[in-house]
Design a protein. Structure first.
Lengths: 132, 569
């Protein structure tokens, strides 16, 4: 019994050493992850990006609302919502973007783009696109 | 005979071994019954190690969950001087890697101790270089270090922590009990070489709560960029800027100059760590005229078309001569504010009386702390009318003999922007547990209705005139109307007289005037060579308002686009 107990204990210690080795490897990978996350945060920070992109000497500026197109709908979901498109086209009859809508009926990939553009155009009519 | 001798030898041998056995048995009994506790304690100390488990300090986020203060694991270097052979060579190497002084390293490594700290929380590059040295007697302990990836951005608000991760300034100090978490502990089995093998009993640490601010990192960046530009251009002593949502009281940005990097607080000067927007008081000058104008219209004593003779720039009040920055003749009520005539404003105030002026100044929040959850806020100074002198009626309404903070001015201009309600400014959006669950949220809090919505609109129209035709033309933005007021206040010299060389230039306003998204205060302390608020502070207001309003409108549109797609789904 004594021998069995001692053997059991030595086996536990052996497994502990193996676990230690795996833990050391895991820790090294985790440290690397932390290091990369830290670098990523620094690079993504406004003080770094802003200094690069929005410095006085650069030609970048914040866009106006009319200059931005938001793509927020995934392609896969577009397949199941084709029936809605007809209603949207009906609702925008007589507007300048009707031609655009009709042409997009055959372009499943850009169906969400047309919806968002229509919305943006309606908003921008009160702003500078209408003036142009 | 021979048989007798052999029997005797046998008995002697047996007796000897019996005696030996008895001695062993007694020793065994002694160890088992008298020394067992002592020996098992020693064994326990050798085999097991009590380890305190440090909790992760809560992260501080901006309103869009971008990390502003976050903890990362860092190694701290220790030495066992008794095990180090060539100490001089090691000092030379460590000096080069860590940049520490020779005297400091010599003192540490020549101590007759088993454990000394050499450098705490050093960078991974430094750790790699030291490990390559392969020196016996050096080791690393893993600790947690607070990092601020945005460096000086919002440094005075966020504050910093000490070496032991306890908050020392700003929000790190104010919310330290939420952020710090609770220590855990564990008993660890060690081998003969002190390697940790098995974790036995343990209580896991409870990580600190996370706090989400109302600050928008991008708006903070834009504000700091323009404030920094104005601060440098006009060689100012100090500067502050606050951008606030006038409807809710949320602080979107709060910037001060000079500033510092909270990653290295020990290198910062004390002056740069001060949150001037809350802690510094100054005489506001002409920006305070919004109080006088609001009081006059709310009380119904005056209308926008009422005319006032501005004495061609010189007017006696008791024994004091009041001057305008530019002589005026007859001005309407609106023009008095638009052209910032001190004499015209004084005449309006004389028509109202000291009690009404004091009442409205108090209602706008001056003379009291706003109650923002930040350390170091002061209340400013607003004397009760019983302490007013005969000249005070010509001073208080134009922003003299009164002490305000930038935060009070931001709250006051928000009253005009949001239809007359004084909102309590706040910096904290919510506190949440480390698993993301919200512990407590903070909502907008309205303090009081200061003026009616109609009066607020009328004052707003006058403030639009300031930027369209008055002293604030440099704050005008092409894409939308801006409402605001300029201020150029003389500072007081140590001898008690108003200075002719030291001024506080300011601009307070909101944009767009028709549907305000932001209220803003820009304060520049001792600018030179120019010192007028309309020249020094107004351009900074314009640049910040331009970018921030575009940014906020983009956000509004993005959310609206999301709503459309959600409806379609």
């Amino acid at each position: 019994m004594g021998i069995a107990y001692t053997w059991q204990q030595t086996e536990i210690i052996k497994l502990a050493y193996q676990g230690n080795y795996c833990h050391k490897t895991y820790k090294e990978v985790l440290d690397r992850n932390h290091y990369l996350r830290y670098n990523l945060l620094n690079l993504k920070s406004s003080s770094y990006l802003g200094a690069k992109l929005l410095d006085e000497n650069t030609s970048y500026e914040i866009p106006k609302v009319s200059q931005v197109l938001s793509l927020v709908y995934p392609k896969s979901a577009a397949q199941s919502n084709k029936s809605v498109l007809g209603k949207v086209v009906q609702g925008t009859k007589g507007t300048s973007e009707k031609g655009f809508f009709l042409s997009s009926l055959n372009m499943q990939d850009v169906w969400p783009i047309s919806l968002v553009t229509a919305y943006m155009n309606r908003q921008a009519q009160a702003q500078d696109i209408g003036n142009q | 005979m021979q048989i007798c001798i052999s029997h005797r030898r046998l008995r002697t041998t047996i007796l000897f071994f019996l005696l030996l056995f008895l001695l062993c048995f007694i020793r065994l009994l002694y160890i088992q019954f008298f020394k067992s506790r002592y020996l098992s304690t020693i064994a326990n100390q050798q085999h097991n190690l009590y380890v305190e488990l440090e909790p992760l300090r809560g992260t501080i986020y901006d309103r869009h969950l971008r990390p502003q203060a976050v903890n990362f694991p860092y190694d701290s270097l220790y030495a066992s001087p008794r095990q180090i052979k060539d100490k001089d060579a090691l000092i030379k190497e460590l000096r080069e890697i860590l940049g520490l002084e020779y005297g400091f390293l010599k003192d540490r490594l020549f101590r007759n101790k088993a454990f000394v700290w050499v450098a705490r929380k050093i960078s991974p590059e430094q750790v790699d270089k030291i490990k390559k040295l392969k020196v016996q007697g050096l080791g690393f302990v893993r600790e947690s270090k607070r990092c601020y990836p945005n460096k000086h951005l919002a440094s005075q608000e966020i504050g910093f922590v000490g070496l032991d991760n306890a908050g020392l300034e700003g929000l790190e100090l104010y919310y330290d009990e939420y952020l710090r978490g609770v220590n855990g502990w564990a008993y660890v089995l060690r081998d003969a070489r002190q390697n940790q093998l098995l974790w036995k009993d343990m209580i896991l640490p409870k990580d600190g709560n996370e706090i989400i601010l109302t600050i928008d990192e991008f708006i903070q960046f834009v504000t700091e960029r323009e404030l920094d530009a104005a601060y440098r251009k006009f060689h100012a002593k100090g500067a502050s800027a606050i951008v606030m949502n006038p409807r809710t009281g949320e602080i979107l940005a709060l910037a001060n100059r000079p500033t510092y990097d909270p990653n290295f607080p020990q290198k910062a000067e004390l002056d740069s760590r001060r949150n001037r927007a809350l802690c510094d008081m100054f005489e506001p000058g002409s920006v305070f005229k919004i109080v006088t104008a609001s009081a006059a219209l709310e009380e119904g004593r005056f209308k926008e078309s009422d005319r006032f003779f501005c004495e061609n720039g010189s007017y006696k009040v008791a024994n004091h001569i009041l001057h305008d920055h530019q002589p005026h003749g007859w001005l309407t009520f609106s023009e008095v504010i638009a052209e910032s005539s001190n004499i015209g404003t004084t005449k309006i105030a004389q028509g109202l009386g000291a009690d009404i002026i004091y009442h409205y100044a108090s209602a706008f929040g001056f003379g009291k702390k706003t109650g923002i959850a930040m350390p170091g806020e002061i209340s400013g100074v607003l004397k009760e009318t019983k302490f007013w002198s005969k000249t005070s009626i010509g001073a208080v309404p134009i922003g003299q003999e009164v002490g305000v903070t930038a935060l009070q001015l931001a709250s006051a201009i928000s009253v005009i922007a949001n239809g007359g309600v004084l909102m309590k400014p706040y910096l904290l959006k919510s506190i949440r547990y480390s698993n993301g669950e919200v512990a407590s949220g903070f909502k907008p809090e309205s303090v009081r209705q200061v003026i009616s919505p109609l009066t607020a609109k009328r004052v707003k129209d006058i403030l639009v005139l300031v930027t369209e035709e008055g002293t604030g033309k440099l704050a005008r933005v092409a894409d939308f109307k801006v409402a605001g007021k300029t201020g150029t206040a003389q500072k007081i010299e140590p001898n008690g007289l108003y200075s002719h060389s030291k001024y506080v230039a300011s601009f307070i306003g909101f944009a767009p005037a028709d549907d305000p998204l932001i209220a803003m205060v820009i304060i520049i302390d001792e600018p030179h060579p120019y010192y007028f608020g309309g020249v020094v502070a107004a351009p900074a207001f314009k640049k910040i308002a331009q970018d921030v309003v575009k940014y906020l409108k983009l956000q509004e549109d993005t959310y609206a686009a999301h709503e459309i797609t959600e409806k379609i789904r």
